[in-house]
Design a protein around this ligand. Structure first.
Ligand code: FE2
Ligand code: FE2
Length: 416
């Protein structure tokens, strides 16, 4: 029998694999949706083996190659760059070594962990045990499993198994890259957002995993993650589809990116800003938008949100607009979530507000500072999902404020 490379079978197998990866990210082992997706992938692999006993896939940018043949049907296939991005530029299978469904499941779980920066389950089979599957490029497979979260990173909410430690580290790294003048590492930002969506749905019920501030200088990190989670929660509450929810999540994660340009003394200043400091602080909105636009043209939603997230519905706030205009829906959505998280967090110049007080504030400013419908939806969501808030306490609490908060503090306007 003439054996070819199996172009059609290869395409079908990769499509089944991509679908299974999405399912594995959302459903626990043993779930029937997951089993069905695995079974389908396994069958497609067997079909491929029938024509090609040693299929070798290469993921090169937008191009997918099987053996030496480019798979034209998978041009611009989003998974190609995604797999290459986690070091999986090459993926080989060997029909002479039997692969069980469990091994295939463990393999997919491993990929999802890499994509989402999720700590790997130590019980899941790793590459060296997956004898029929080989993948990688230089360096992949040598790094070993990611360390489990250290002990002090205790997760308070018993129902949530995530500490978001990896995600917080990724956000710190993204900020460091930009502070050093580098390009926005979009892949990492998107991986953080995908990971947050997995954490939000881990229990198959909606969950809002929010981080507690450990140190004041970590504020932008924890705040960015929390605003991303809250924004995706609200977007989902409003019925947006998965792709839009993730786009809002990326915008929420990057909304304060411009703060990497603000000197630390101003960011963490315990007292009131003078006019000059206020002007510098307010420049973070335009600075962030500029950074996002120059980094990636496809992030115009995130750029709009970075620019507009301090603009009030009545035209107040900043940057000031020469002509009054409506802000993007996503900016208005992130604005509400931004203020909620800022007021719930202890700052050098004031104590955190209780949740009820913040929700009353948001309702009170509905129609002036906040879009009425969004403010209302947000408070309704928080009231309904309060039992599903998981506060992730990473051990330390912030030091007590040395400076008693002024009655009219810096958040009397829109909080940072
Ligand atoms: Fe901001
Ligand atoms: Fe913010």
């Amino acid at each position: 029998m003439q054996r070819g490379v199996g172009v059609a079978e290869g395409v079908e197998f990769l499509q089944a694999l991509a679908q299974a990866l999405a399912v594995v990210a959302l459903y626990p082992p043993g779930h029937k949706t997951r089993l069905r997706a695995l079974d389908n992938t396994y069958q497609r692999l067997m079909d491929l083996f029938a024509v090609n006993e040693r299929p070798v896939f290469s993921f090169l940018g937008d191009e997918v190659i099987l053996g030496k043949r480019a798979l034209r049907a998978l041009r611009d296939w989003e998974w190609s760059s995604r797999l290459a991005g986690i070091g999986m530029q090459r993926l080989e299978f060997d029909a002479s070594i039997p692969i069980s469904l469990e091994e295939l499941d463990a393999f997919l779980d491993d990929i999802v962990s890499r994509l989402t920066l999720r700590p790997m389950d130590s019980s899941s089979a790793r590459q060296e045990r997956l004898t029929g599957i080989r993948f990688g490029a230089v360096g992949v497979g040598d790094e070993g499993p990611r360390e489990e979260a250290p002990e002090e990173e205790e997760v308070v909410a018993a129902t949530n198994a995530f500490s978001l430690t990896e995600e917080a580290e990724a956000v710190v790294w993204v900020h460091d890259v930009l502070r050093d003048g580098g390009e926005l590492p979009l892949m990492e930002a998107e991986a953080v957002v995908r990971s947050l969506t997995v954490a939000m749905h881990d229990d198959r019920q909606m969950m809002l995993p929010l981080l507690q501030l450990r140190q004041f200088d970590e504020y932008t990190t924890t705040h960015s993650l929390n605003v991303s989670v809250l924004s995706m929660g609200l977007a989902e509450w409003l019925g947006l589809g998965g792709r839009d929810v993730r786009a809002v999540g990326v915008a929420g994660l990057l909304h304060d990116l411009g703060k990497v340009t603000i000197p630390k003394e101003i960011l963490n200043k315990p007292g009131r800003f003078d006019d000059r400091e206020r002007e510098i602080m307010n420049s973070h909105a335009a600075a962030g938008a500029r950074m996002i636009l120059t980094s990636d043209q496809q992030l115009d939603l995130a750029a709009a949100v970075a620019y507009e997230h301090h603009i009030m519905i009545d035209g107040g706030g900043y940057p000031s607009m020469r002509y009054p205009r409506d802000c993007h829906f996503a900016s208005k959505l992130v604005h509400v979530c931004d203020v909620y998280d800022a007021l719930r967090t202890k700052r050098p110049y004031r104590d955190p507000w209780p949740a009820k007080k913040v929700l009353t504030y948001i309702e009170g400013k509905s129609g002036t500072e906040f879009d009425g419908a969004l403010a209302h939806a947000f408070t309704a969501m928080m009231e309904q999902w309060e039992p599903r808030l998981a506060t992730l306490d990473r051990g330390d609490t912030p030091p007590a404020s040395q400076h008693s908060p002024a009655p009219t503090d810096q958040d009397s306007g829109p909080p940072e």
